[in-house]
Design a protein around this ligand. Structure first.
Ligand SMILES: NC(=O)c1ccc[n+]([C@@H]2O[C@H](COP(=O)([O-])OP(=O)(O)OC[C@H]3O[C@@H](n4cnc5c(N)ncnc54)[C@H](OP(=O)(O)O)[C@@H]3O)[C@@H](O)[C@H]2O)c1
Length: 251
């Protein structure tokens, strides 16, 4: 199982931390050539590259702020220039910009949250699609959030809306990709234990209450998401496209 991952060229956005970093490690351990994209955390990205190489894997790093139009338009080509092609794109970079009550939300936070979680995946997917359709196909995997299901919290309504847009893009790209063997799916993560949740937030009574509402009564681990991404990118996912899979402990 997962033998088809060997030699695949895989770009993972936001791989300097949390879910993206774990996904990079897992794909590399199955023989993929991994593109570790990062924005600010160069140190972590380079350490991850080294860890992967030390265990016999292959990885390279690529930088870029996905709030910048130039990054959104250049990243896929930069990856192809460095790796020779692209087989799998994992749109993982994301997060909440402007964690504040919706009654106080400013337009900039709305725009940036949309840019990071929906606009960037759209333009990266489009560029990957253009390449993949002339190269026998490929896989695109989008990382959404349970907030798309619940409408986010009172502080993250804009984030939930951006992730809902990402889920809709999954359906659209899956339809466009099917005739070209480009399979597009989405993983909707529940509450996952990563640096996205600050240490203070992680130990807060609000978080305790949130976890108590999860049927499995715990936060997920980054690898819980990474394993499904590996499954979808491999031969196990050969007949799966246009789906949104929830990995959220029953939430
Ligand atoms: N943790 C959760 O509970 C949870 C649940 C559901 C879905 N998700 C989703 O899972 C994905 C990964 O989240 P995570 O929990 O692993 O978060 P994380 O540990 O905070 O990692 C976020 C990653 O996104 C990158 N990033 C942030 N802003 C960026 C920007 N402007 N341009 C380019 N890259 C940027 C970061 O890069 P640098 O650090 O290098 O700046 C980092 O690599 C996100 O899409 C998130 O919405 C998370």
């Amino acid at each position: 199982m997962f033998e088809s991952i060997k030699g695949k060229k895989v770009l993972i956005t936001g791989a300097s931390s949390g879910i993206g970093a774990e996904t990079a490690k897992l794909f590399a351990s199955y023989g993929a050539h991994v593109g570790i994209h990062y924005n600010r955390n160069e140190e972590n990205a380079i350490k991850l590259q080294k860890d992967i190489e030390d265990t016999g894997g292959s990885a390279d790093v690529l930088a870029g702020d996905l709030l910048e139009e130039s990054t959104r338009s250049d990243l896929i080509q930069s990856f192809i220039d460095a790796f020779g092609s692209i087989d799998v794109l994992i749109n993982n970079a994301g997060g909440v910009i402007g964690n504040m009550p919706f009654l106080e939300l400013d337009e900039m936070s709305w725009r940036d949250t949309m840019a990071l979680n929906a606009t960037a995946p759209f333009f990266l997917s489009r560029d990957a699609f253009l390449f993949m359709k002339d190269n026998g196909g490929g896989r695109i995997i989008n990382i959404s959030s349970i907030s798309a299901k619940y409408g986010g919290s009172m502080n993250t309504m804009h984030y939930g809306a951006a992730k809902a847009a990402l889920e809709t893009l999954t359906k659209g790209f899956a339809k466009a990709g099917a005739p070209h063997n480009i399979l597009v799916n989405c993983i909707r993560g529940g509450v996952i234990d990563t640096p996205l949740h600050s240490r203070i937030e992680r130990n807060s009574p609000a978080m305790e209450k949130r976890i108590s509402l999860i049927p499995l009564k715990r936060m997920g681990k980054p690898v819980d998401i990474a394993r499904l991404a590996l499954f979808l990118a491999s031969e196990a996912g050969d007949f799966i496209t246009g789906e949104v899979f929830t990995v959220a402990g029953g939430d």
